[in-house]
Design a protein. Structure first.
Length: 72
């Protein structure tokens, strides 16, 4: 899968989840514009932006959000 014309995720706009703690220890980011354009929900650890990321379906992403709400 090619995510961008240059073949990497660096040019994606990543947004920090509101469920990440404010101290930088548990930072989850996602790429909402990519999700809106493709239906693929990309999720990554903000501390390791060059590491592999998760590619979730809409249902998988919704499940992750529900889990984050539950675990607080």
């Amino acid at each position: 899968m090619t995510l961008n014309p240059d073949g990497n995720t660096q040019s994606l706009v990543w947004v920090k989840s509101s469920y990440s703690n404010g101290e930088g220890a548990e930072c989850v980011e996602w790429a909402p514009a990519h999700a809106a354009a493709t239906g693929e929900f990309l999720v990554r650890d903000s501390k390791t932006p060059d590491a592999p990321f998760l590619l979730l379906s809409r249902q998988g992403f919704a499940g992750l959000v529900e889990y984050a709400k539950y675990r607080g």
